[in-house]
Design a protein. Structure first.
Length: 29
């Protein structure tokens, strides 16, 4: 879980919206 959040934060710099989607996918998996 922590890994997904960390990755999302980094991506937030480029695309915040995409980050949210990525976090959701990671949580579902």
């Amino acid at each position: 879980m922590k890994d997904g959040i960390e990755i999302g934060r980094g991506f937030t710099d480029s695309n915040g919206q995409i980050t949210i989607t990525y976090l959701w996918i990671k949580m579902e998996v």
